[in-house]
Structure formats: structure tokens, C-alpha cells
Ligand binder design. Structure first.
Ligand SMILES: *Cc1c(COP(=O)(O)O)cnc(C)c1O
Length: 426
């Protein structure tokens, strides 16, 4: 871990977090470059060099993207905006794939015009639209068909995408017909199949089931005379949120959660996929960036209502929506441990919603007004899902590299809040 305590003070690489917040204020996202590199290299090794397309939706700061591009990652995108950011960050079009359940015509056009490697399609109608746009643009388009294998990823229902009632992918039986129809279209080349069964998956079993499903399915396709060359296995590799950071003065968090065992994944999933002789791709987001980022805020007030303790901070659902959206758990630690006394409190933000909390009934070292708190494992699905609700300013982002640190996105200002509004009458 590149976030650690040195004499009760939280560091990222060689920089004390306190130094960053004193210079740039809070709330603020802080990322470790060394951690991003370590995560990527570990994954590359575990996946035995198969292609990694980083899922931009987890965190699309261009400076983070540049690190990953330089390490050899491609980009998995879900909107024309993400394709634009990937291209601007230096990814080659041939390293970009474009997925999404509801691509607009303009987005499809943008992807084709920019020669992205492939489009992952999720319904039959979409293929006709793509074929027509491809013909108009006089460009042949490579497609992967996303199959919904009806496998329960055993994660939170809002991030389970591979069960048959979810909006994602095409039913495997119906897809056979889609493969056949698409195979006859002159402007379309169907090169493979795509699955992505969910996110924050910590159990290897659903991945094994999916790989076995793909094996059987490709056999079925071959019987129908359909040959494919690419398998995109999606992302979803789960990480540890509880006890992400251990230190003797921190309370130990109960029911230690698991992270996906990458060794098991390599041993049990890869051979199944490799037996098919196709090119294999993965689309991890969270695994690469989650534990490489923290969100730091300040204690504004402490308050007691009846039997409940509240720690009111400047970190709200506008900065980190995961706790409210999926009941997600993030470890929260003081930037400086000033007390070994542990209290239990709801850690909340200033937004006018009861659902504006970061943690409920949390055991935490005693803190007081002005102390800084770090929300760990916030690098993925953190900043990217921030908002201006309550006219709050989106936070700044900092990248730490050894003893150096760089502002990689500045805090918004009041004028940003009105930069797009137009008065109808002057
Ligand atoms: C969200 C998403 C990913 C990345 O998921 P992680 O859990 O962050 O690895 C990959 N592929 C698709 C299609 C996605 O929607």
C-alpha cells in the first residue's frame, strides 16, 4: 500500500497528506501513481499478458489515463465523451473499444469516424443502425456481440449486469440468429463475443461459470458455422474495502471482506478461455484505480441527536455517491491520529438530504472540528460520479509521484456554476 501511517500521520508515497490539504484545501481526491502502476502490473502478470482495456468510467482523469496508456493499456469506453477523452489522452484508436446499452447515432458515427477498434453491441436493432451508419461513412465496422449469460455475479444488485432480467446484453439463444444476420451484412464484421457480468465481484466462481458458458457457446456458434476470433471477458474484479489500511491505533473493521483471488482467477479461468485460441481482452476499471485514490475532507462539526453521534464533514454524496447509491462501505481514517479513544458515529456531509452520508454507525478514532479524514479506496467511481447538487463545487484532484505532487484537476469555482446557464431575458 502506498497510503500508510508514519508516526500516526497518513502519507501517500513520500508526501504527508496534511501538506496537500493545507495547500489545496478540502474536499480533495489524492491518487498514488506508484499504486496505479503496481495494480496494473500485477493484473497484467496475473492475466498472463492478455490485453487490458482500462474501463474509463471508473476514473477518466487524463493524467491517470496517460500512466495507463504508457503501461500498454487500451481503453474501454461507454460514451462518445469517453472516446474523446481517450483519444485526447493519447490512446490509439485501435486500442479503444466502445460499449454501451444505448448508444446514440451521433456517438456511433463518432466512433466509426475515429476508427475505434470495435463496438460492443447489445441489441439487434442497434446492429442495423450501425450497419447503415457504416455504409454512409464508407467504413467497415468490427463488432463484438454482448451476451447476457444469466449468471449471478453475487455482488450488489445494482452492479450485477449478467442476469437475464438486467438491461445488458442479448439472450444467448436469440443471439445466434443475430450473429447469422450480422454475418451477411457487408459493412459489418462480427469478430467476437463480449460478457461483463457485474462489478466488485470477489468470488471466482461466477467468472468460472462465465468462462464455461463461453466455451459451450462458442462450440454452439461453430456448429452453426459462425467463427469468432475475439473474446472480451469484461471487468468486475473486486477489491478490498474493509481494513484496506491496517495500523495498530485504528479500530479493526468487522467481517473482513474479501478481494478476488487473482491466483485462482489465473489458474481456473484463464485456461478455459485460452483453450479457444481466440484473442482475449479484459476491461477492468475498479481493480486498477480504486485503492490508488483517497478522498480527504475536514470535520466541520460534531453533533449529538438523541442517541446518535454525527461527524459532519465537507465530504458529501456530491463527492462520493457510492455509500448512498449502493450502500457501499469505505474505510475512513483520520489523517492524523490524535486519540486512541474510539467513538461510534454517522459520518455525514452538508447536503440537504437524509441520504447524504459516507458511513453509518462507524467506529472511528476520536476527532474534533478542523481534523482531516481520509475516505480510503475512493479512486474508482468517486470523482467521475461527483455532481454540483446543492451548487457545490466539484473537488480538486492531486497526483502524487514519490515526493512530488501535481494538481491534475483544479477545484471548481463559483463562476463554473453559472458557466453554462443563459438568462432568457436580459
Ligand atoms: C463498468 C464496466 C467495466 C468495468 O468494471 P469494473 O468493475 O470497474 O472492473 C467493464 N466493462 C463494462 C462493459 C462495464 O460496464
Amino acid at each position: 500500500m502506498h497510503f500508510y501511517y508514519k508516526v500516526d500521520e497518513l502519507y501517500c508515497e513520500n508526501v504527508p497528506i496534511r501538506k496537500i490539504v493545507e495547500e489545496f484545501q478540502t474536499p480533495i481526491y489524492i491518487y498514488s501513481k506508484a499504486q496505479v502502476i503496481e495494480n496494473f502490473n500485477l493484473l497484467k502478470e496475473s492475466l498472463r499478458g492478455h490485453k487490458i482495456l482500462y474501463a474509463l468510467k471508473a476514473n477518466s482523469n487524463p493524467e491517470i489515463l496517460k500512466i495507463l496508456k504508457d503501461l500498454g493499456a487500451g481503453a474501454d469506453t461507454v460514451s462518445a465523451g469517453e472516446i474523446y477523452i481517450a483519444l485526447k489522452s493519447g490512446f490509439k484508436p485501435s486500442d479503444i473499444s466502445f460499449a454501451g446499452v444505448g448508444k446514440y447515432d451521433e456517438e456511433i458515427k463518432f466512433a466509426i469516424e475515429n476508427d475505434v477498434f470495435s463496438l460492443n453491441v447489445e441489441n439487434e436493432e442497434e446492429i442495423y443502425i450501425i450497419a447503415k451508419l457504416a455504409e454512409n461513412l464508407n467504413k467497415k465496422v468490427r463488432l463484438l456481440i454482448r451476451i447476457n449469460p444469466d449468471i449471478d455475479a453475487r455482488t450488489h444488485p445494482y452492479i450485477s449486469t449478467g442476469i437475464k432480467t438486467s438491461k445488458f446484453g442479448i439472450n444467448p439463444d436469440e443471439a445466434i440468429d443475430v450473429f447469422k444476420k450480422a454475418g451477411k451484412m457487408p459493412w459489418i464484421e462480427v469478430i467476437g463475443i463480449h460478457t461483463h457480468i457485474g462489478s466488485q465481484i470477489t468470488d471466482v466462481e461466477p467468472f468460472i461459470e462465465t468462462a464455461k458458458f463461453i466455451l459451450r457457446y462458442i462450440e454452439k456458434l461453430e456448429k452453426e458455422g459462425i467463427k469468432i476470433s475475439h473474446i472480451d471477458f469484461g471487468g468486475g474484479i473486486g477489491v478490498k474495502y474493509k481494513n484496506a489500511l491496517k495500523y495498530e491505533k485504528l479500530p479493526l473493521e468487522n467481517d473482513e471482506d474479501r478481494e478476488l483471488n487473482l491466483n485462482e482467477f489465473s489458474k481456473e479461468v484463464l485456461p478455459l478461455l485460452e483453450s479457444l485460441g481466440c484473442e482475449i481482452m479484459f476491461e477492468p476499471g475498479r481493480f486498477i484505480i480504486a485503492n490508488a485514490g483517497i478522498l480527504v475532507g475536514k470535520v466541520l462539526y460534531k453533533k449529538k441527536n438523541r442517541d446518535k453521534n454525527f461527524i459532519i464533514t465537507d465530504i458529501a454524496m456530491t463527492e462520493l455517491i457510492r455509500p448512498v447509491l449502493y450502500g457501499a462501505y469505505h474505510q475512513i481514517v483520520p489523517v492524523e491520529i490524535k486519540s486512541t479513544e474510539i467513538e461510534t458515529a454517522d459520518i455525514v456531509g452538508p447536503v440537504c438530504e437524509t441520504s447524504d452520508f459516507i458511513a453509518k454507525d462507524r467506529k472511528i478514532n476520536k476527532v474534533s472540528r478542523g481534523d482531516y479524514l481520509a475516505v480510503l479506496t475512493s479512486g474508482a467511481y468517486g470523482f467521475v460520479a461527483s455532481s454540483n447538487y446543492n451548487s457545490r463545487l466539484r473537488p480538486a484532484e492531486i497526483l502524487i509521484d514519490g515526493e512530488n505532487y501535481y494538481l491534475i484537476r483544479s477545484r471548481e469555482t463559483f463562476s463554473d456554476l453559472l458557466s453554462k446557464t443563459i438568462l432568457a431575458k436580459k
